[in-house]
Design a protein around this ligand. Structure first.
Ligand code: ATP
Length: 207
């Protein structure tokens, strides 16, 4: 068996994230999926959003009844930018050698994967588990011959060891949720019930 790592801002966690995490368990060797909320994502500004502790509390509340989902808060305690590489390095060290480590990556991020910190070393340690982000391409296209010819050789090697997570593409993102709340629009069923409770209770995202 092995683990899957799901990094992101989770600002907030939404039904698309939860559905992807549940669906990753459809891969035969995945027994636990770890959410890894980013402290300060290098590619993203977090202003106008929920603080780290609140984002973490939402994840904890949403996965409480699901023992096969867990959360690692390692990146939240760092003051430097969050990078996936040291997190995966630590998980790899703590996971028995024969067990694979999967890295869940949405197709919005995969396009820029070769700009990630230490991406080649990162690829050598994981199996990519591809998901379809509403703003990205169909992950199946990343496994086609034509696509593979257009990417750098090392990325190609990693992508060849990738698996597509079989999930229903849900057209929801945290950006959509934050922006709808700011506009006074309904988001109730776009986040898990436990997340909605916290958003209401703490009046997050301008509610
Ligand atoms: P934002 O809109 O703030 O950029 P997001 O909804 O894309 O946020 P992140 O926390 O940045 O969520 O993403 C974490 C991971 O989840 C990324 O790999 C992203 O591609 C993936 N992801 C996010 N939303 C979906 C979705 N609806 N379906 C599949 N994957 C998703």
């Amino acid at each position: 068996m092995g683990v899957a790592v799901f990094g992101g801002s989770f600002d907030p966690l939404h039904i698309g994230h939860l559905h992807v995490a549940e669906s990753a368990r459809g891969i035969s060797w995945v027994d636990t999926v770890y959410f890894v909320p980013a402290g300060r994502p290098p590619h993203k500004r977090l202003s106008g959003s929920a603080d780290s502790r609140t984002r973490l509390a939402i994840i904890h509340a949403c996965i409480a009844e699901r023992p096969y989902l867990d959360v690692l808060d390692w990146e939240l305690s760092h003051t430097e930018p969050s990078y996936t590489f040291p997190t995966i390095e630590r998980i790899r060290r703590e996971t028995p050698d024969q067990e694979p480590v999967g890295l869940i990556v949405g197709t919005d991020l995969l396009q820029d994967f070769a700009s990630w910190h230490n991406w080649e070393a990162l690829l050598s340690m994981v199996t990519l588990l591809l998901t379809r982000h509403p703003t990205g391409d169909d992950p199946r296209s990343f496994l086609t011959e034509d696509y593979l010819k257009s990417v750098p050789a090392a990325l190609r090697a990693g992508i060849q060891s990738a698996v597509v997570i079989d999930h229903v593409p849900l057209p929801v993102s945290s950006t959509v949720i934050r922006s709808r709340i700011q506009q006074g629009l309904n988001v109730r069923d776009l986040v898990p019930p436990a997340a909605w409770q916290i958003i209401q209770h703490r009046r997050l995202y301008g509610l």
